[in-house]
Design a protein around this ligand. Structure first.
Ligand code: UDP
Length: 254
């Protein structure tokens, strides 16, 4: 499949729709493959700008899907109409495919009671789903090797990591050093939603690209995060759109 990418403030963003992203992941599910999916948003890009190691992890991701209204606006400023692909929807669809095809999944992250509830709710929703490994997200660095070994032996193929950014991507990088077959995705607060602890924004908010606004109203402690990131990101995106030439390049999928 022909892959189109665009750089937003130096970070790659794959230009593809939901269906194409699913098809790409489906192809990887069928074979032995190692894949790191990043659902990129302004917060990730701003963090990557400040931390070279994190920047390299994001740069080397195998699929960078545009999540977040900020990315959509940054692309729109260059005349590119890109659909938003929320990581939570992408992950849910892949879980469904795994259940239908007898593919094992793993969940790592969130508080113990949250991950247990999320696991039970997913098992109720998808009758044939095989969750071969779960672990809460509050572990120490010296526990990581054991967790990665357990994950490896669980033979989970689709592995969701919910540790928040940038932690989840650093952890995925570590997993990739010793696991040879797995599709990893950082899913942020998705387990909280699947556990029924946090409500997803109503469809009207999502359609308008305002899920962030709903989440901020419901969790006002998030204001600081958005205030620190979004205005500066949008300012830089405008400057970039004015001064740098449109740079779309095609990359044949290996
Ligand atoms: N979390 C975790 N371990 C940590 C820090 C965070 O498991 O050391 C979890 C936290 O409980 C929550 C998720 O990571 O379930 C992060 O959610 P957040 O809402 O920050 O993610 P977003 O969706 O905004 O990226």
């Amino acid at each position: 499949m022909e892959r189109k990418k665009e750089k937003v403030l130096g970070c790659n963003v794959d230009l593809l729709n939901f269906e194409n992203a699913i098809n790409l992941i489906k192809d990887n599910l069928k074979q032995k493959s190692l894949m790191h999916i990043v659902t990129i948003n302004p917060e990730i890009i701003e963090l990557a700008k400040k931390n070279k190691e994190y920047y390299n992890i994001i740069k080397n991701a195998d699929l960078t899907v545009p999540d977040g209204i900020g990315i959509k606006i940054a692309l729109k400023l260059r005349g590119i109409n890109q659909e938003q692909i929320p990581g939570i929807d992408l992950s849910k669809e892949i879980i469904k495919i795994c259940a239908e095809n007898n593919i094992k999944i793993a969940l790592i992250g969130a508080k113990e009671e949250i991950i247990q509830k999320a696991k039970n709710n997913l098992l109720n929703e998808y009758k044939n789903l095989k969750i071969s490994y779960i672990h809460n997200g509050y572990f120490k660095e010296d526990e990581e090797t054991d967790i990665i070994n357990e994950l490896k032996y669980s033979q989970a193929k689709f592995i969701m990591i919910a540790l928040g950014v940038p932690k989840q991507d650093f952890f995925i990088k570590k997993c990739k050093e010793s696991i040879e077959d797995g599709i990893f995705i950082g899913v942020g607060g998705s387990f909280d939603v699947w556990a029924g602890e946090v409500k997803r924004a109503p469809v009207i908010y999502r359609k308008m690209g305002c899920e962030w606004l709903y989440r901020t109203i419901k969790q006002p402690e998030r204001i600081k995060r958005i205030y620190k990131t979004l205005p500066l990101f949008l300012f830089k995106a405008i400057i970039e759109a004015i001064y740098s030439p449109k740079e779309i390049y095609n990359k044949k999928q290996e």
